[in-house]
Ligand binder design. Structure first.
Ligand SMILES: *Cc1c(COP(=O)(O)O)cnc(C)c1O
Ligand SMILES: [Zn+2]
Length: 402
């Protein structure tokens, strides 16, 4: 069996992590890292918690050079206390591809695809769930539960299998069969729900408290964001430590968006990058667009979007839990939010396949379509560096991609 080599040998530091404590993203209450944590427990708060690191410790980015090509190369800025608890299937350090074919077709001269489809279980959910399951193991948790629109369930099941942790998955019935089958293969207990991930989430909350399962719902535990933030580190490293002007991201629960934004601040504190930031674009399906609706109305919170099917099942999140954090990132970055019809999403998937030889997920199709529209309106300039985050593999969606 192929194993990555841990621990990573460090030159500048004695311990492996700079992780010190957690802080509430809303009220600032501080939490110790030694406990099992969900959301802020201050009366009436219940907002997401974020991990904090001691960036005064200094870490020269040149030390990265000899490290493994996985997200664990940013070891000091990850929350694991002990390397022995890391549950890894080789996630992260995915290719940053120059999209030459799409550049020519679209007129965006500096277009990149960060291809997350090459992660274990075929999506970038691997980053967040490798981290969350690793921390769960470190804190002695023996069973996890997750509501999922598809990819998160498969990823959690895989990492739980590797960790020897029991896995319970709640998934909408309308999700393609592949997503269900992979959970079963990984030994998870799968429950199908007529409804959306929101309905799954309600059931999970109830069942978790009955059975004592640990709930790894998006942004209801602090560590999936820590895994997904490595996307931001990689984008910086792979583009020579100069961030692009625009990052286009298909937004469901928003972990990647929030995580990347956090990563940029951390890297600036470490002296790895300057103060320049990309404009962050949240892309959604027209069938489920609570982020776009709130962004356009200038709201600071979101309302429950009427549920309906979309071929981009990762975006079928009628009310993201971290709504105010998502909107904060869009505002701070001078970003935008845009929704795309399912038909145009499928058209874009086919165009990317023909031009680039990549079978991207519908979520990946949506962001390319969004970028083209933003170029047309002049919001994106032709010479700007644009990174499309293709979050998943199209191979898992073929059943719904007619
Ligand atoms: C989950 C998922 C998304 C949305 O990611 P969030 O972090 O929830 O915003 C986008 N694309 C794919 C393929 C996904 O599985
Ligand atoms: Zn709080």
């Amino acid at each position: 069996m192929l194993e990555l080599t841990y621990p990573i040998r460090l030159r500048a530091t004695k311990t492996n992590t700079f992780f010190t404590h957690l802080v509430c993203s809303a009220c600032g209450h501080v939490y110790s890292k030694g406990h099992v944590l969900t959301v802020c427990q201050q009366p009436g708060c219940l907002q997401p918690l974020l991990a904090v690191y001691d960036t005064r410790r200094r870490l020269n980015r040149k030390y990265l050079r000899h490290r493994p090509a996985s997200m664990w190369r940013y070891r000091e800025m990850l929350p694991m206390v002990s390397d022995a608890n890391i549950v890894s299937l080789g996630e992260g350090f995915t290719p940053m591809l120059k999209a030459t074919g799409l550049s020519k077709k679209s007129g965006m001269f500096s277009l990149f695809i960060k291809d997350e489809s090459l992660n274990p279980t075929g999506s970038f959910k691997a980053r967040g769930l490798s981290m969350a399951v690793s921390r769960a193991k470190e804190l002695g948790i023996t069973s996890c539960v997750i509501p999922t629109a598809g990819n998160a369930g498969g990823a959690m099941s895989a990492y739980c299998a590797k960790a020897g942790i029991a896995a319970h998955v709640f998934m909408p019935t309308a999700t393609p069969d592949v997503f269900k089958q992979e959970c079963r293969f990984f030994g998870a207990q799968l429950t199908l729900v007529d409804g959306s991930i929101y309905d799954c989430g309600q059931l999970v909350r109830q069942q978790a408290s009955i059975h004592g399962w640990f709930d790894v719902s998006t942004t209801k535990e602090p560590y999936r964001i820590e895994g997904k933030k490595t996307l931001g580190y990689e984008i910086a490293e792979q583009l020579g430590w100069i961030l692009p002007e625009v990052i286009v991201y298909p937004t469901g629960g928003g972990t990647g968006l929030i995580g990347m934004w956090k990563a940029f601040d951390e890297m600036e504190q470490l002296g790895w990058i300057g103060s320049q930031r990309p404009r962050m674009v949240a892309v959604q399906s027209a069938n489920c667009a609570p982020v776009v609706k709130a962004f356009e109305s200038g709201a600071t919170q979101m309302t429950l979007y009427p549920d309906s099917f979309t071929v981009a099942n990762g975006l079928r999140v009628p009310k993201p839990y971290a709504d105010s954090l998502i909107l904060r990132v869009l505002k701070e970055s001078k970003g935008s939010a845009i929704s795309i019809e399912d038909e145009a999403i499928i058209g874009a998937v086919k165009e990317i396949a023909r031009e680039e030889g990549l079978l991207v997920s519908p979520e990946g199709g949506a962001i390319y379509q969004a970028a083209k529209q933003l170029l047309q309106t002049g919001w994106i300039q032709p010479e700007e560096r644009v990174v499309l985050v293709n979050t998943g593999s199209g191979y898992k969606y073929l059943e719904n991609l007619k």
